[in-house]
Design a protein around this ligand. Structure first.
Ligand SMILES: C[S@@+](CC[C@H](N)C(=O)[O-])C[C@H]1O[C@@H](n2cnc3c(N)ncnc32)[C@H](O)[C@@H]1O
Length: 442
């Protein structure tokens, strides 16, 4: 007889078992990890990763994925994607989350990469544990496969394998090419194997992130690599306790100029143009090592503050968002850029603070009215100041549902994200530098 909760009760013998079962069920739940308290304040998938980094990357990829889909559809075939250094296949999730631009409130199907569009996603990685994890997550989908391979040994696809439409990397993976020649070789292989057209996404660690200001140099033959410590995974106290056992990675730091040089060399050697489409900086003041200050004693925990903005039911002290950029002598081109960005960021934060102070929830209006926004401010800043005024005016009186914590603060997060996305220049001034390229033989 199969034991069910009902017949256990009927036999009347199972009080002990029941309590054991109960214990077992809780133990199972804990083991699964799904019973853990989820927070966006720390860890790999914190709020900045999910609401800023993933989304900014998707924003820049959208147009190119759209073009690839259109092209493959017109050729009556589906899309083939190769993720080089896929880890546990977060890149698949990132790509699958790219949406149509500005879907209307009524639209339900908003994803670009729907199951009917995808032909194959193949992820390759050197690390067998990550491959196992990736297979555990996606192994049931026959259109998703994984292989343990080293991408520094050239393009890991066999002669009989059809070329791919999208060669993808994410979150600094290209910086694992410690020597440029291995990436150049990979790019040459991709260019040569392309039959008609492909898009290549290269994701590096930015050379001029404020996080590692101590490593900035004007001589690009110096400080080419960072001894990158993954200390940010832990909160401060645990980080210090575990300092000796922390993992270190040797990662290539890349500026826009160096990226251009790598790609140009690969194109020349292959005799095929690898054309840059766009470069973008991702996480300018919000890289993970802003919080650890491992490589810059002046770094402030801005990521922590932005994580808090996006955390449900949590109120943020807006002062924790204010940046005091400390310049480095001999780097005027960087100091000018960061100082201007810091000014815009702080102006927006101060403005929102003032709006919150002057909003009268009973009368549902600002008292006094907010000051006019100077026309000398950059358009992106003016736009976001105006938007935040409208947001607070629109929901400040709601009362129920914690409007400050759950609507106004996340909206400030998006407004700051908009600001940095619009003012970034794709120069390598952020945690990540991403380049999107095409090979077009048609
Ligand atoms: C920064 S992680 C990114 C992982 C994943 N793409 C993501 O977005 O989360 C870099 C990945 O590259 C892999 N990797 C490093 N060197 C490699 C190599 N020589 N060949 C293949 N994979 C490599 C690492 O194992 C790791 O999974």
């Amino acid at each position: 007889m199969v034991k069910t909760a009902k017949n256990q009760q009927m036999t009347g013998t199972l009080v002990g078992n029941e309590s054991q079962n109960g214990n077992h069920a809780y133990s199972e739940a804990v083991k699964s990890g799904l019973y853990a308290k989820k927070t966006g304040l720390v860890g790999k998938y914190d709020n900045v990763r999910r609401y800023w980094e993933d989304e900014i990357t998707r924003q820049f990829l959208r147009l190119h994925l759209q073009k690839l889909i259109k092209r493959s559809r017109s050729q009556m075939r589906r899309l083939r994607i190769l993720d080089l250094g896929c880890g546990s296949a977060d890149g698949y999730e990132l790509l699958a989350g790219i949406r149509h631009r500005d879907p209307s409130l009524q639209d339900v199907e908003v994803d670009l990469l729907t199951p009917d569009v995808l032909g194959l996603y193949k992820g390759i990685d050197l690390n067998e544990h990550l491959i196992i994890q990736a297979r555990e997550s996606y192994g049931n989908n026959p259109k998703i496969t994984f292989e343990q391979v080293d991408f520094t040994k050239g393009l890991p696809i066999s002669k009989s394998e059809k070329p791919y439409d999208l060669y993808f990397t994410s979150y600094g993976t290209c910086s694992h090419h410690n020597e440029d020649r291995t990436l150049i070789r990979l790019l040459i292989d991709i260019a040569k194997r392309t039959e008609e057209y492909c898009v290549i996404v290269c994701d590096w660690i930015g050379r001029y992130s404020y996080e590692w200001q101590s490593l900035w140099t004007n001589d690009l033959s110096k400080n080419r690599n960072i001894n990158y410590v993954m200390s940010y995974i832990y909160e401060r106290e645990e980080r210090e306790q575990r300092r000796d056992e922390l993992q270190h990675l040797n990662l290539r730091l890349i500026s826009h100029k160096e990226a251009e040089s790598i790609v140009t060399k690969a194109g020349e050697k292959a005799g095929i143009e690898i054309k840059p489409l766009v470069y973008f900086d991702r996480s300018i003041f919000t890289g993970r090592h802003m919080d650890t200050a491992e490589y810059n004693p002046h770094a402030q925990p801005i990521r922590q503050a932005v994580n808090s903005l996006h955390e449900a039911n949590q109120r943020t002290n807006l002062h924790s968002l204010l940046i005091d950029y400390v310049p480095k002598q001999g780097f005027d081109f960087l100091n000018n850029y960061f100082e201007r960005l810091q000014m815009c960021w702080n102006i927006l934060v101060h403005y929102v603070e003032k709006l919150l102070l002057t909003y009268d929830e009973k009368q549902r209006l600002f008292d006094p009215d907010p000051l006019a926004i100077p026309s000398s401010y950059p358009p992106a800043l003016r736009e976001m100041m105006e938007r935040m005024r409208q947001v607070i005016d629109g929901v400040g009186w709601l009362g129920i549902g914690l409007p400050r914590e759950n609507i106004i603060e996340p909206q400030l997060g998006y407004a700051l994200r908009y600001l940095v996305t619009n003012l970034q220049q794709g120069q390598g001034c952020a945690h990540g530098l991403v380049g999107i390229f095409e090979v077009d033989k048609t």
